[in-house]
Design a protein around this ligand. Sequence first.
Ligand code: PEP
Ligand code: MG
Length: 583
Amino acid sequence: MQIVRGIPVSPGIVIGRIFVLDDERLRIAPRHIRPDEITDELERLERALHASVEELHELRDVAEVELGHDAAAIFTFHVGALSDKTLTDPMRVKIREEHFAAEYAVYRIMRDWAERFARMPNAAFATKIDDVRDLSARVLRHLIGEHQSRLDQLDHKAVIIASDLTPSQTAGFDRSKVAAFATDFGGRTSHTAIVARALGIPAVVGCNSLGAIATDGVSVIVDGDRGVVVVDPDDAKLDEYRSYREQRRLEQLTLDEVADLPSRTRDGVDIRLLGNIEFADEISALLDAGGEGVGLYRTEFLYLTSDTEPTEEDHYHAYTRCVELLDGRELVIRTVDLGADKYTQEQFETPERNPFLGCRSIRYCLRNLPMFRRQLRAILRASAVGPIKVMFPLITSTAEFRQGKSLIRDVMEELAEEKIPFDSTIKIGMMVEVPSAAILADVFAREVDFFSIGTNDLVQYTLAVDRTNERVADLYNPAHPAVLRLIREVTRAARRRDVPVSCCGESASEPGMAMLLIGMGLRTLSVTASAIPGLKRLIRSVSTSQCERIAKKAMTFDSDTQVTTYLRDQLQKIIPDPFEGRA
Ligand code: PEP
Ligand code: MG
């Protein structure tokens, strides 16, 4: 049994079997075959070896012409190795005498061979290890296909272990196959984590060394509540987690009962709880959880889940579908926020050196006007069907906001000429997610219809901490006094100009931070659907004056750890953690 700690990003406890998703780290679990399958299995091995050698011959010929003799020699070594019986005969023995499946035979013999190279004192031999891995992956690909597509062939739910996953990979997961996932890289507010929460897939990221010990087929516990992954758990650990899972289920039942009650504080103030969504399909779960509308629709996921760029009609259908499902409730559509960790195929092929500070989000849209106009046309057309607000992400200057707004006016004129209906009074707001926007909140407040504070980015840009980087995850804290001061600037500026302000960053779903935000005057929070029942219970247990006192006190501390500890203590007094000290 091995216990690995990471960052909990999507709650839930899953006990399952490992499926390693990285090809280059592919690990094959020992699988036995029946004696009557030996002949077929030996033939499978011969076919895979033959196909690999053919492929290598072709690669060698191409390399000889295009790269020269030295480069081609690499493939000569590979062909030689696969044709050498001292390497391949032990594979046949593993199948014939030990009754192992062909993929395990190849994996095992290649691994032993790589280890022999690793033990050699001469450094030149160490470089051969990569060749052996490469060779092993090639033969295995011929035996079991691309690992990614093997996921499609899974007939049971598995726990995915990968070094990293992109938001689009995660969004593409089939919920009936993926029970949970754990990765070596990633941070709490990375979009991969956000999608996991949206899909309700328990997940732990930033595990560092998990990839090195994970093996296909081995049993595993993923504890998405506390950020723990237990590989090959013993019976005592399994029992401990089974009983914790049961207690958790009972706790969830009591939370579900809160869903239909008003989101009102003890002194009678309504706090609107809206949802953050990436797909229209999330809306029914959001309404079931007690959400009153959508405060953030991340429309870039239309791009991330499709191979082709969405047309105006694709946008329009997605938006009208949301409008219909919401049936008159609020819908805030955020214009495309591509870039950084959410990239299109084209962006992927031309990576930026520092994408979080690069051509992302509104900048990308303003430089790709035909694409941006397509989206704005669709939003405006859908605004004739039901209530919609539009919001620009990553605004850093008034010029950007004005450009976006004048583009909307332009598109409105175009639609009017075409006699296409739209809501000419549509509200246009912006996210406050970079320090420049927060500092200039009083200036922006004269021009915007509403603000939505995006703490996910605000924290990373204020503290210079990459939100996706597990190595600096301990420095990423929305309770940092610098972040709190910026939020206070925004709420004050908004109040002075009577501009509605909400928070749609992940911090709004953390109960301690939620109390603080309410204490600073926020009356609308937009969060992942699954966080709504817990937040509602909290809201019904506190008064706004209590939250104001907490916010006031929190603002007196000079370090994020002091604020975090203080908020945790206050929360524990209001709603004791039922699981504290368990498991
Ligand atoms: C944010 O930055 O807080 C936010 C809500 O936007 P996203 O997470 O999509 O960057
Ligand atoms: Mg953001």
